[in-house]
Write a protein that binds this ligand. Structure first.
Ligand SMILES: Nc1ncnc2c1ncn2[C@@H]1O[C@H](COP(=O)(O)OP(=O)(O)OP(=O)(O)O)[C@@H](O)[C@H]1O
Ligand SMILES: [Mg+2]
Length: 394
């Protein structure tokens, strides 16, 4: 019985996880889903997750039910049998009244404990499965942080260098032999189809993952040899999906940096968010809902840019938002970004090609390979993927 319920409990656990992520995805993506009139398609996905979860729960209950019924029958029959014998013995005068009451009390206490034990065993099965899942997560290999090298202050070497980097999230590589450099103050832009591996390249530079083979160097130092906190001091990131904390605007920009109020305000001005912050009920002390729920996408993006301006790291990673942002917001974001990128080395992932027309280097990623690399003029004269992308964008 334990083995059978363990298998069912595992399926049940997996279906609960599936349901949770389906509901979260649906809720988070609701604005996009609505704007594309895809409520029906997305709801189908979520309904399927509900159905799977219902099936798994029913199957779990169905498997456990016969054992529960058998247990109840055994429990009832046992109680009745012993109680009947005790009454019979009492009538025969073999036991006294006090003895009879003792037997009845004993019966109830022992059988209710057995019943309780059985119920708990079902719950234990469910708990064991949840624990197994938690242990699986803990068993994932951690990124080692044993580096002691310092990133040098010498800025003559390439600021960022990828050397023959390959990487895969699972067994299969999704990045193959990626090599490129960006010198101090340069802007390198990654372009390519959705899913080609651009965000993955940026995540490797900030060591969210470690490369499978090859090396990533900052000023000629392998990032694996550097303490992660040191690496993070050198890099600022603006993500594709902005995340803001359920805290004040001020704290979301300062992020524990210990910067003075004047510095925070200065960063907000540079990131073109000062005006809309001041129009909030409590200015910088206005609370932002979890995930930035109370701000527009463009405003949230500018707050995250202000955060990076304040951090003032020499390397900036920009993963442009793919969501549609209105023209006014777009202009403010562009201004904020140019402010952020001034005198910095920038690795930008661009979805709108006109934003990177002046990039020192454009790297075209195609299914995890570098297909083309060069400045805009060079790529246009190649007449390859990049020129086709520009033509399609025009
Ligand atoms: N955390 C992850 N675990 C497993 N696979 C992932 C993970 N993140 C991305 N992938 C996969 O790796 C591939 C590259 O994804 P990546 O996010 O780097 O693409 P991208 O070029 O940034 O796409 P987009 O333009 O849509 O942002 C995709 O096939 C994607 O499904
Ligand atoms: Mg991406």
């Amino acid at each position: 019985m334990i083995r059978c319920s363990l298998a069912d409990a595992k399926t049940r656990q997996e279906s609960i996880e599936g349901l949770t992520s389906a509901v979260l995805e649906y809720a988070e993506g609701l604005p996009v889903i609505k704007s594309y009139g895809m409520t029906r398609e997305s709801a189908i996905e979520m309904r399927k997750a509900f159905r799977d979860s219902r099936t798994a729960n029913l199957s779990f209950e169905e498997h456990i039910l016969p054992y529960e019924i058998a247990m109840m029958i055994l429990y009832g029959a046992g109680m009745t049998g012993i109680l009947a014998s005790a009454i019979y013995l009492l009538q025969q005068g073999s036991i006294t009244n006090v003895y009879f009451v003792g037997v009845v009390l004993f019966l109830f206490s022992i059988f209710s404990s057995v019943k309780h034990l059985f119920q708990q065993s079902t719950r234990l099965t469910i708990m064991k499965n949840s624990l197994d899942r938690i242990n699986e997560v803990f068993a994932e290999a951690e990124i080692t942080d044993s580096g002691i090298a310092k990133i040098s202050d010498d800025e003559t070497d390439a600021e960022i260098e990828f050397r023959n980097v390959s990487f895969g999230y699972g067994k299969e590589d999704i990045l193959h032999d990626i090599s490129f450099t960006a010198k101090k103050g340069q802007m390198a832009a990654l372009v390519g189809e959705s899913g080609s591996g651009k965000t993955t390249i940026a995540s490797l530079l900030s060591r969210f993952w470690d490369v499978g083979s090859g090396e990533i160097l900052i000023r000629n130092t392998n990032i694996r040899d550097v303490k992660i906190s040191d690496l993070m001091e050198h890099i600022s990131m603006v993500f594709q999906r902005v995340y803001l904390f359920n805290d004040t605007i001020y704290n979301n920009i300062a992020m524990g940096s210990g910067a003075s109020r004047d510095e925070v305000i200065e960063a907000a001005k540079k990131a073109r968010c000062y005006d809309f912050i001041m129009s909030q009920p409590y200015g910088f002390d206005t609370m932002i809902g979890e995930g930035g729920a109370t701000l527009s996408g463009g405003e949230a993006q500018r707050i995250s840019i202000a955060r990076c301006i304040l951090k003032d790291a020499p390397i900036i990673i920009l993963d442009e938002a793919t969501a549609n942002i209105d023209a006014d917001n777009e202009r403010s974001i562009q201004q904020a970004m140019s402010e952020l990128c001034r005198n910095k080395t920038v690795l930008v992932i661009a979805h709108r090609l006109y934003t990177i027309a002046n990039a020192d280097k454009i790297i075209v990623i195609d299914k995890g390979h570098i297909a083309e690399q060069g400045n805009r003029d060079e790529l246009l004269s190649l007449g390859g993927i990049y020129s086709r992308m520009e033509a399609a964008n025009a």
